[in-house]
Design a protein around this ligand. Structure first.
Ligand SMILES: [Zn+2]
Ligand SMILES: [Zn+2]
Length: 171
């Protein structure tokens, strides 16, 4: 099961590395701890570092940049806050300092298969996830460049609707 997720994640990520394994294992364990039964907008993740692990989390937990449920607060850590906004449950997982006497290949296997407590420290989340209130928004047309743009990103400038890029040029 976890090997399969790791295989799939590597297709997205472009290579197989310990970082990818960290994300896959974290997402996999979050599913178990939070007792996730179905995927959807109720799932949310705040990752605390921009690195290879993000693609593993996206594949194993299903909160992605595309579905809007993955957020990055880059503090350079291999730490992840997972939320189920249906049940209200959440958990934070941070990678332990791993033994430094392993090859890269050994490390990948260790991260995927060693007992949970040897890979992660589990704690409560301190960050809040935004509420699950997905609403589709309409689009409008910028009166300067003519490009279509989501309404919340259009601004009034001298009585005309303009996009953020055009607004900047007229400042
Ligand atoms: Zn990588
Ligand atoms: Zn424009």
């Amino acid at each position: 099961m976890i090997r399969e997720l790791y295989e799939k994640a590597g297709i997205l990520h472009g290579h197989y590395c310990p970082g990818l394994a960290i994300g896959v294992r974290a997402g996999f364990e979050a599913n178990r701890i939070l007792e996730i039964e179905s995927r959807g907008h109720h799932l949310y993740c705040i990752a605390e570092g921009r690195a290879c692990h993000l693609d593993g989390v996206q594949m194993a937990f299903g909160a992605t940049m595309g579905n809007g449920n993955l957020e990055l607060k880059d503090m350079g850590k291999s730490a992840f806050n997972f939320y189920d906004r249906h049940s209200g449950k959440s958990v934070r997982l941070i990678l332990r300092v791993l033994p430094d006497d392993m090859s890269r290949d050994e490390m990948k296997i260790f991260i995927l298969e060693a007992p949970f407590d040897e890979v992660f420290i589990r704690s409560e989340t301190s960050l809040a996830a935004p509420p699950d209130v997905y609403k589709p928004v309409g689009s409008g047309k910028c009166s300067v460049c003519g490009e279509s743009c989501k309404e919340p990103y259009l601004r009034f400038l001298n009585g005309a609707l303009v996009c953020l890029a055009c607004e900047e040029k007229f400042r």
